[in-house]
Design a protein around this ligand. Structure first.
Ligand SMILES: Nc1nc2c(ncn2[C@@H]2O[C@H](COP(=O)(O)OP(=O)(O)OP(=O)(O)O)[C@@H](O)[C@H]2O)c(=O)[nH]1
Ligand SMILES: [Mg+2]
Length: 282
């Protein structure tokens, strides 16, 4: 494994994202608050600069989603780093009350002012935004306790905007995951690819796996050895894992494609452990 390896530049901004961004801009005037989902495993890199620009005149609630996959020792540090931030597991927790209460808390001043002027604010509208595959549709389905939005484990599932009513007071807008036209910071782009927010078809998966394994060896010593029963400091780590797991072709050679695919799958789940891939910058 060579750390001098030069990585191929990553970029992914398909047409539906540019369109989604325009439509979101239009809907923005209707919303009281933006709920921005980020991935708890990469809280900084999963923040979209386009969305920051888009929501600059609105209150923002940051949700660090998939907190069940991220390092429990780092979760709270990241939560404290942001204003108005919650750690959430949209797959397993019952989050409706927490989210509705938090939205109402953040908007309390606005609601009180409206009330003082005799205006009873009808419905609170929240736009749910975030990078692809971060869990926006799952988050909404959890809140409304119904499967109203399609959710799948690949980026680019939601293609259109959809308003969803929670109750008489609150409505949510599901939006397509959006990235930005050019990743100036390729390190962030690699992290986005690593967690599965960029279409695999534009990625070099082997590079990603090598990057992931190196990071784990440095920052989570012993996890790889434990998971795959190999010496994680071996010079032939990927081969060793493949042999141990019997990821082989019919004629007993290492099946590299399968090995890379399965390693990437493990890295993206919590199979190896709960991992956070970036730290708060000092
Ligand atoms: N472990 C875990 N998985 C989650 C969580 N939230 C969502 N997922 C999974 O993440 C994958 C993507 O979820 P979606 O809800 O489709 O994500 P999205 O942000 O709507 O994706 P796009 O519409 O493609 O932008 C699915 O496999 C979900 O089951 C979470 O909190 N924890
Ligand atoms: Mg979606």
């Amino acid at each position: 494994m060579n750390s001098e390896y030069s990585y191929k530049n990553i970029n992914w901004f398909p047409g539906h994202m540019a369109k989604a961004r325009r439509l979101m801009e239009e809907q923005l005037k209707l919303v009281d608050i933006v709920i921005e989902l980020r991935d708890a495993r990469i809280p900084e890199a999963s923040g979209n600069p386009l969305l920051k620009e888009l929501s600059k005149n609105k209150p923002v609630l940051i949700i660090l989603n998939k907190a069940d996959l991220s390092d429990p020792n780092k979760n709270e540090i990241w939560k404290d780093y942001f204003d108005n931030c919650l750690l959430v597991d949209s797959l397993n927790e019952n989050i409706t009350k927490t989210i509705v209460d938090e939205v109402k808390r953040i908007l309390k001043d606005k609601l009180d002012k409206a009330k003082a002027r005799g205006i009873r604010k009808k419905v609170l509208r929240a736009m749910v935004v975030g990078i692809p595959n971060v869990g926006k549709s799952t988050f909404i389905n959890n809140i409304v306790k119904r499967k109203v939005a399609k959710a799948e484990n690949r980026p680019g599932v939601t293609k259109a905007l959809q308003w969803i009513k929670i109750n008489e007071d609150v409505e949510l807008l599901d939006t397509p995951g959006v990235l930005w036209p050019k990743f100036e910071n390729q390190e962030d782009a690699r992290l986005l690819a690593l967690i599965g927010s960029i279409n695999d078809e534009v990625l070099n998966k082997e590079e990603l796996v090598i990057f992931g394994l190196n990071y784990l060896k440095e920052n989570y010593k012993g996890l790889i050895s434990k998971r795959y029963e190999v010496d994680e400091n071996s010079d032939d780590l990927i081969d060793d894992i493949a042999k141990k797991k019997m990821w082989l072709t019919n004629n007993n050679k290492i099946d590299y494609k399968k090995t890379i695919d399965l390693l990437l799958k493990d890295i993206r789940s919590n199979k190896i452990g709960r991992i956070t891939w970036q730290d708060v910058r000092e």
